[in-house]
Design a protein around this ligand. Structure first.
Ligand SMILES: Cc1cc2nc3c(=O)[nH]c(=O)nc-3n(C[C@H](O)[C@H](O)[C@H](O)COP(=O)(O)O)c2cc1C
Length: 355
């Protein structure tokens, strides 16, 4: 059974929704663990005051009974509490009454670095908000909830995934300085997965490659502009004798420059993925733009926004990596019930004699 995820939701719409299919039955989910990841996504130095409004919580509408999956589609919802301030502006149906609250005025000044200009051109919108609402990273909340579900599944076979900002002592100062200048910053995050056996992913086709799946998933997160596996770009400067991880008698490596993946397959070492985040594009001191209605030069939209979201990215990218590892683990070990999935994993480790 293939693990699949579909999501929907606008930044200031009523809710974010995800439907997960392909989970085995009998997996215990922990609401507090999911909510803890949602909270981690909202934290971090440099976030906007919106995070104080939201305080995300997961709701489960289907697929779960008394905390155990039923093997049926799992429906996850994260409500946008801020929606009550946008109820007229973001009403799914034509709103009743006079315009009130936020989002009532048409946005015509696209922000460089955002979906705004290309989005309105592509979809034929006359309000930039119709493009920016989905392009916003707000809906990463429900992907983090799905990632937490994936982590529960991975935990049954001893795989753990964690993400962190790459140690940068000056980050807080950089954020403070940018805030004072009404500017923004980016940063680098690193995701590590332990307990991954050799053999997840495949070299058989490009789509099956684990490195393709992981980099695409992480590149798919808003504001990520570079992704590397292991020593990635750094390998280009080395000789082959320095770059590759020699194989010991126990078939383990003494180094891990490959970041746990060779030829698109996990090799049993820790998986290491790094991602570079650009400085966020909504600036309180806006960049030059054009008014799409009048054609006059102007300044881009200013909207409540983070100065930095690099700590949040670490959580979102952790969820994305966990999700992809769960997909390839499901492909490899199958099973309608979680006990079958775990048994297939154990039998595989026995076959390859991997402790
Ligand atoms: C967790 C997270 C939070 C973000 N918060 C903001 C924000 O507050 N303001 C902003 O302009 N961009 C923010 N972004 C980035 C934009 O969503 C992103 O740059 C934009 O949609 C354009 O897409 P691209 O950068 O992938 O090309 C955030 C991204 C992430 C991952």
């Amino acid at each position: 059974m293939t693990l699949r995820l579909a999501s929907a939701g606008e930044s200031h719409g009523p809710a974010l929704v995800a439907i997960v299919t392909g989970l085995p039955a009998g997996l215990m989910l922990d609401r507090e663990a999911i909510d803890a990841d949602l909270k981690r996504r909202q934290e971090g130095y440099g976030r906007s005051p919106r995070q104080r409004i939201e305080q995300d919580r997961v709701e489960v509408l289907a697929g779960l009974r008394h905390g155990r999956t039923l093997g049926t589609p799992l429906a996850l919802v994260v409500r946008n509490r801020d929606h009550e301030n946008w109820a007229w502006g973001m009403s799914p149906w034509p709103p009743d009454g006079e315009p009130s609250g936020k989002g009532t005025k048409r946005v015509t000044l696209p922000r460089p670095g955002h979906a705004d200009l290309a989005g309105v051109l592509k979809y034929g919108h006359d309000d930039v908000r119709d493009a920016l609402e989905r392009a916003s990273a707000r809906h990463t909340a429900v992907h983090v909830a799905a990632g937490a579900v994936a982590k529960s599944l991975l935990a049954t076979i001893g795989i753990e995934v964690s993400g962190a900002v790459v140690d940068e002592p000056g980050l807080q100062v950089r954020i403070d300085e940018a805030r004072a200048d009404r500017d923004t910053v980016g940063g680098v995050v690193e995701i590590r997965a332990t307990g991954v056996p050799p053999g997840l992913g495949s070299y058989a086709t490009k789509e099956d490659r684990l490195d393709v799946r992981l980099t695409a998933a992480v590149m798919g997160i808003q504001a990520v502009k570079g992704v590397e596996i292991g020593d990635g770009f750094g390998l280009a400067e080395l000789r082959g004798s320095q770059a590759h991880d020699e194989i010991g008698p126990d078939r383990r490596r003494t180094t891990n420059r490959a970041g746990g993946i060779e030829a698109g397959i996990s090799n049993g070492e820790e998986i290491v993925v790094r991602a570079a985040m650009k400085p966020l594009p909504t600036l309180m001191r806006p960049l030059a733009s054009v008014d799409l209605e009048t054609g006059e030069p102007g300044q881009a939209l200013v909207e409540r926004s983070d100065v930095a979201a690099v700590e949040a990215l670490a959580v979102v990218a952790e969820a994305a990596v966990a999700w992809e590892l769960a997909v390839v683990a499901r492909d490899k070990f199958g099973g309608d019930a979680v006990v079958d999935f775990v048994a297939a994993h154990r039998a595989y480790l026995e076959r390859i004699e991997w402790a």
